[in-house]
Design a protein around this ligand. Structure first.
Ligand code: HEM
Length: 167
């Protein structure tokens, strides 16, 4: 399987699109800039929601109000991250696809998306859901304490990819 992944990466790196990105001096810094701006949008939004969930910020506003204000930015930024990230992969496939930290980052991202949905979906059905009882407020707090380290771990893994040898 590792051999076929190796062959896939070699083939992908030889495609005209990959070659074009590799030989255009400004392309990778430009794509990385788009990626980082989208990362900033996600992290600011998640931070605002998670600080509210754990009760450390904007306590005068309901969880519903804060989530409705910030969570859409997460879902708008994710497709931008997906496209810019995929373009970086096309440019240098082996650097990511054969890198264990990249795999870890994708698994953490999946988990973080599930946790974020777990916070958002109950409010879709019933807006004040998380503010209605002490047990729900406790669960919301736990979601906040889980979500923030997860997103920070994704951030860390994203940067770490560059410093770990691909398999
Ligand atoms: C589907 C989503 C994503 C894909 C496919 C993706 C893919 C990538 C790739 C291929 C790189 C280049 C790594 C390298 O060669 O050094 C990268 C960098 C990075 N990613 Fe992502 N990523 C995604 C989402 C995210 C998210 C959600 C975050 C954080 C919240 C994030 C944070 C970062 C960071 C901090 C870097 C390092 C940028 C740099 O130093 O230039 N990524 N990502």
């Amino acid at each position: 399987m590792l051999r076929s992944l190796d062959a896939f990466c070699t083939q992908l790196a030889a495609t005209p699109l990959s070659q074009a990105i590799q030989t255009t001096e400004w392309a990778i810094p430009a794509i990385q800039t788009v990626h980082i701006v989208a990362v900033a949008a996600v992290m600011i939004s998640v931070l605002m929601v998670d600080l509210r969930l754990v009760g450390l910020a904007t306590r005068e506003q309901s969880i519903e109000v804060v989530a409705n204000r910030y969570l859409p930015a997460v879902w708008y930024a994710l497709p931008i991250l997906l496209v810019s990230g995929a373009t970086l992969i096309i440019a240098e496939p082996a650097r990511s696809l054969q890198n264990p930290v990249f795999i870890l980052k994708m698994c953490l991202l999946l988990l973080a998306a599930v946790v974020t949905l777990g916070c958002q979906l109950p409010m879709r059905k019933h807006g004040p859901y998380w503010d209605e009882s002490a047990s729900r407020r406790l669960r919301a707090r736990l979601i906040g304490y889980l979500s923030l380290p997860l997103w920070v771990a994704i951030l860390f893994a994203g940067r770490w990819i560059a410093y770990v040898q691909s398999a």
